[in-house]
Design a protein around this ligand. Structure first.
Ligand code: SAH
Length: 395
């Protein structure tokens, strides 16, 4: 059977640097490597050894990336098509077990969270959208379609490999229809709600699947309330709240996103004319508008994309949270989110603390939420935890 391994190559770690591998961390940084024997290409699957020559793991090698090796397996097992099909299939079977009813859009494969470093697969009502974030997975692109066909019964497959992290791995943008044709109108179901998803031109792979559980949570509180949804994208939180009888204001800088939001209201039997859609920068909206709301949702894009941006990003989070808190009426609720992986829970809470202090508001944390179960975090890879949400009561 076909193997993807370059068995001519051996990577030896420096003395003592096997500790992270023994702790099953899937990344080996360049500084931990002592020497490499044999010729290889970026993205090859190679074997990793301790300085003393003991086998440690197998993974993708990429001399261009600080993450020099992305481990696929800690066992001496063959890395062949069955290996990848097995991992993808296992991830898919698990999703089917844990998904809420009346939901057909979810993340099937979540990179290192599913021990498939650099591969993301989302499905939208059977339309598969993949993203590739590692050189190794990029090299395997010619095989992906076949593997996915053996796991899924999907007529449409699209690739949306885009974004800033590609540069660090040295892989080019690739936007491609792999199979079939993208439907003009693609509708998905999430907890019984209907959303139109644009997998070709929409943000990310088309929809923010990771906020599914938070949309449900906030809807519970929304009956008859006035809600401000900041960074609304296609109106996920707004539709969930409006279906419970809330009056919503959705703010997003993208007019295209708001047009989708209006359509999503209609698809759920709601009249968009009874709600407001503001195509504005949220910072400006919050500064220029003194209106008060019973519930505010604040779900900004990642302000921190690399570690060096932590101080500046933290200031932006503080500022936007301070401005948003001022819009929450006494006894109201605010859901504050951060999807920056480089922002720790600890620092996030300190930022909320600073925003509360500057706003001179009394604030209680009444909920702390992370990623939904289709975005699992490998316990040995804490870097995979990115979404943090605090539900606050603003007094
Ligand atoms: N809460 C949304 C996802 C938000 S993603 C959901 O549940 O689907 C972040 C959104 O912020 C994007 O739609 C993007 O267009 C928007 N955005 C980015 N910067 C912005 C800014 N400065 N002001 C307003 N919107 C912004």
């Amino acid at each position: 059977m076909k193997s993807f391994e370059n068995s001519a190559v051996k990577v030896f770690l420096k003395k003592g640097r096997e500790k992270s591998v023994k702790n099953f961390h899937p990344w080996i940084f360049s500084g931990a490597i002592e020497r490499i024997t044999g010729e290889f290409l970026a993205g090859d699957v190679v074997s990793l050894f301790s300085q003393g020559g003991g086998f440690l793991a197998k993974g993708f090698i990429n001399p261009q990336s600080q993450i020099r090796i992305r481990i696929l397996s800690f066992l001496e097992e063959p890395i062949n098509p069955e290996f990848f099909i097995g991992r993808i299939s296992d991830a898919y079977q698990f999703r089917k077990r844990i998904l809420p009813v009346r939901t057909n859009a979810f993340r099937v494969v979540h990179g290192d969270g599913d021990c498939l470093s650099g591969l993301v697969i989302d499905t939208y009502n059977s339309v598969l959208v993949i993203q590739i974030f590692s050189k190794g997975m990029e090299r395997l692109r010619p095989h992906l379609r076949e593997w996915m066909e053996s796991v899924f019964d999907s007529a449409v497959m699209v690739e949306r490999t885009e974004g800033t992290s590609l540069l660090e791995e040295g892989i080019p943008v690739n936007k491609e229809i792999i199979k079939g044709s993208v439907p003009e109108e693609l509708h998905i179901e999430e907890n019984g709600m209907v959303f139109k998803v644009d997998v070709w031109n929409g943000q990310k792979t088309g929809f923010y699947l990771d906020q599914r559980d938070n949309r449900q949570r906030m809807a519970v509180w929304s009956g008859g309330k006035k809600i401000l949804n900041c960074f609304s994208y296609s109106g996920g939180f707004s539709v969930a709240a409006a279906l419970k009888g809330a009056i919503t204001v959705s703010v997003d800088v993208s007019e295209k996103a708001l047009e989708l939001a209006r359509q999503n209201f209609g698809l759920n039997g709601l009249n968009p004319a009874e709600h407001r859609f503001e195509a504005q920068d949220v910072f400006d909206f919050l500064q220029n508008n003194k209106e008060q709301f019973e519930i505010v949702v604040l779900d900004p894009p990642a302000f921190i994309k690399k570690r060096a941006q932590v101080p500046r990003g933290a200031r932006a989070y503080k500022e936007i949270n301070r401005l948003a808190m001022a819009r929450v009426q006494t006894n109201g609720l605010m859901l504050s989110c951060s999807c920056s992986a480089h922002l720790s829970w600890d620092l996030f809470q300190k930022i909320i603390f600073a925003a509360a202090q500057e706003s001179r508001r009394n604030v209680q944390i009444i909920g702390r939420y992370g990623q939904p179960p289709d975005h699992p975090i490998n316990i040995y890879h804490p870097e995979g935890e990115y979404l943090k949400s605090l539900l606050l009561r603003i007094i």
